[in-house]
Design a protein. Structure first.
Length: 329
């Protein structure tokens, strides 16, 4: 099964459904399709002809989940949190309309990156990152096959105050800059010793000042070359208020910040409980080990009313809260 194609089709169907019946029904549809597909693929006998989701009884137990489907729970969670489907008021009406139009017209490669953006660490890249690579196992971009850094999980736990991180959502590029980045790195990348009195809109990557800056610029150019539209690079400094709140909306593995009703809470609780035993792999598709956050940052907290930028310390507590609500309802 082609997971990228499935995600693209599911996203388009969800956007169309949201326009007709609302966002909650669209997110419910994403959830149900994910559960049905995984359940169907874990049953040894397979579906009965003409009856999707119904299976012949088997005594052998469940079969391992196919590798092509191991990312489906992650993509389903990300799709429910994307700006085209998420609830709440943090997404303006015109902005949401734009993203819905984008999703409805995205090709397969663009939709996968938009639903689960790619985040890279730039301050500690290997010496061969940003250079042409002939290695078939390397993750590359552009016609010159520029080697990209390793992909990070989309969680604020991955951000450090002494680092620089690049996020690509297929439509825009965001460079998050920590407040404690070393002066030497700032000088080599931006040509300034500090960012305290620098307007973020005036920042530029100085590609000719050092080897590090030239390789970072090559990575940015390679990512841009893969899109039909020019991706604007936005600079986000740590503690930058609105800019950091905008950036945080793409960290889909953090707790969500939109408010939903009790039925939505029950559904999310059931979804994550049903997905608890499914393995997750790195979105690069190369690591088949289980990825588990030490703080259970993939558990959404739909009761939060403000963005969370640093850590998710309440995952397990919130899971107990969801179970309590489910039992009392």
């Amino acid at each position: 099964m082609d997971m990228d194609c499935l995600v693209n089709l599911l996203a388009k169907q969800a956007v169309e459904l949201s326009l007709k019946t609302g966002f909650e029904n669209a997110r419910q549809r994403v959830h149900q399709v994910c559960v049905d597909v995984l359940r169907a693929n874990r049953t040894p006998s397979g579906p009965l002809p003409g009856h999707y989701g119904l299976h012949q009884p088997q005594a052998q137990g469940e079969v391992p989940l196919p590798l092509s489907l191991q990312l489906m729970p992650l993509y389903a969670m990300s799709l429910q949190k994307c700006l085209a489907l998420r609830g709440g008021t943090d997404v303006r009406l015109d902005e949401r309309s734009m993203y819905q139009h984008l999703v409805s017209n995205m090709d397969i490669a663009e939709s996968v990156v938009f639903i689960y953006p790619r985040m890279f660490s730039l301050h500690n890249i290997d010496d061969d990152v940003g250079l042409p690579s002939e290695n078939a196992e390397d993750m590359v971009a552009g016609l010159n096959r520029i080697k990209l850094p390793g992909i990070l999980n989309l969680s604020s736990d991955r951000l450090t105050s002494d680092g620089i991180f690049l996020l690509d959502n297929g439509y825009d590029l965001f460079m998050w800059i920590g407040r404690n980045v070393h002066t030497q790195i700032l000088n080599s990348v931006f040509g300034v010793p500090a960012l305290d009195n620098v307007d973020s809109s005036q920042l530029r990557v100085e590609s000719q000042t050092s080897d590090l800056s030239s390789r970072i610029d090559a990575v940015i150019a390679a990512l841009r070359s893969e899109r039909t539209r020019y991706m604007q690079l936005h600079f986000v400094r740590e503690g930058d208020g609105y800019a950091e709140a905008f950036f945080a909306r793409f960290l889909v593995e953090d707790r969500c910040v939109f408010v939903c009703d009790l039925s939505e809470i029950r559904r999310l609780a059931n979804f994550f409980l049903s997905m608890a035993n499914y393995p997750r792999v790195n979105p690069s598709g190369r690591t088949l080990t289980v990825v588990r956050s030490r703080t259970s940052s993939t558990m959404p907290t739909c009761l939060d009313k403000s963005p969370v930028y640093r850590g998710d310390k309440g995952g397990l507590t919130f899971l107990r809260f969801l179970l309590l609500l489910f039992c009392l309802s």
